[in-house]
Design a protein around this ligand. Sequence first.
Ligand SMILES: [Zn+2]
Length: 388
Amino acid sequence: MLYGIKGQLTLKPTQQAQVLQNIGNARFVWNQFLNMWNQRYGNNPSLPTLGEYDLNKLLPTLKKEYAFLKLSDSTSLQQVSSELAGAFKQFFTNKGHFKHPRFKGKYHARQSYTSKNVNNAIRYENGYLRLPKIGFVRFRCGQTIKGNIKRATICLTPSGIFECSLLVEDESQVITTKTNQSVGIDMGVADLMVLSTGDKMPTIRYDKLLSGKRLYWEKRVARRARLAKAKDIPLSEAKNYQKAKQQRAKVFQKEKNQRMDRLHKLTTTLVKEFDVIVLEDLNTSKMMKNSQLARSIAAQSWREIRTMLAYKCVKYGKELIVVNPYKTSQICSSCGHDGGKQELSIREWLCTSCHDHHDRDINAAKNILSIGLGQALVNQPKPLPVYP
Ligand SMILES: [Zn+2]
């Protein structure tokens, strides 16, 4: 299976310059190709679309014209062709969902380039990663890298850190003993996860924990932007403004790191402890647009949990089942009696049929588990297909 490994790079000043050159070149080629594409179809929309292969054929000419492109690793420029062709393909097949590809700017938050691994040019040896044109770089990712590295994306984050994401193909599985245990998980806002076993994992609002620091830099970003404007300095050249912006980005990065670290630990524990894990299928993309911050943050974590469980289950040889959450919070998990819709404020209730006392979330988690295992007590819609 394919999966990603992300880590931090420690670069020497010369290597930093080389990485920035590569990022700039990839952006330059993207913008050149995009401009050409726009002109071509502006003149004659009926022309056949350009594919990755056509774009690659234009690279040598472009390199002759702009000598600095030769400083780049050539696979990183081919990758640009592939990405642009892919972006257009998506746009033409689903115009409602995908936007027309746009030009990349020097000051965009995301600055990166991707190198493909050809002839073992990208490899990992004892804590060092070899990258084309850059050489060996200290790489910290907290794990040993097994399997084949397919490609590497080197990225400069808004907080000023160089990161590298590797795409790795690895068929080996982590050997774990089977526990013969299964679990249903109800995901919520106040409690991030409630298990059918009765365990509750509360939501930790890392954004609130760091809100003081964030506010401190938020204010400075705004004030320094005003000052720069008063002095007629463009924001891209206003050094103090840029510094404050980087500090603010660092706070956001820390927040994200803390959240992801916890989610990784929680999901790994789940995969180790249970053989079958049942989740409810939630439309998280809609919820992420929710104006309530708590709900949108929760939705983001739910999505991340599902992605993590999906690949970790494959890696650990466990099973993940995703079910439709229809009526899971109103049916009694003991006798199957439908108690009807209940207000969200009711956290506990008594079944009018069998008189069992239920915690709302634990009852829902139990129902999710029984739907997943195909042991539903009442008529339920069919479980959704297994993810992925
Ligand atoms: Zn009951």
